[in-house]
Design a protein around this ligand. Sequence first.
Ligand code: ZN
Length: 136
Amino acid sequence: MKKLEETQIQELIEKAISMMDHSYSPYSHFHVGAALLAKNGNVYGGCNIENAGYTPSNCAERTAFFKAVSDAICVVGGMNKVLKEYAAPCGVCRQVMMEFCDPDTFQIILATSKDQYEIFTLKELLPLGFGPNNLK
Ligand code: ZN
C-alpha cells in the first residue's frame, strides 16, 4: 500500500473541511466534504448535493469520485458543519469506490480535525465487497 505522507493527509483533511462550505444540504443540514487524492497527485474536492426528490441526491464521496481515479479519500461531515464524529462513507459510496479502486490499497481517511483522524482501507469498510473482479 502506498504510504501517505503526513503533509498529504493534512492537505486532504483541510480540503475536505473546506469543501463542506459548498455542501447543498437544505434538508438534512448534514454537511459533508470530501477530498480525493488522484493517482497523478491532484486533489479533487467534493460535497454532498441534496435534492428535494431525494433519489437524485449525491454524496460528497461520489461527487469527488466522478472526477478521478485515485489512491485515497478524506471524508468529513456533521450537522451544520460541526464535526463531532467520523462521517463514514455510505454503502452506495463504498460500492462506487469498489468499482474504481483496489480494496486492499485504497485508503479512506475519516477525520474530525487535522489532529484527529483514522485511516481505513476500502476492504476494512467493505469486507467481501462485490466488484469488477467478480465478473471476470
Ligand atoms: Zn454516500
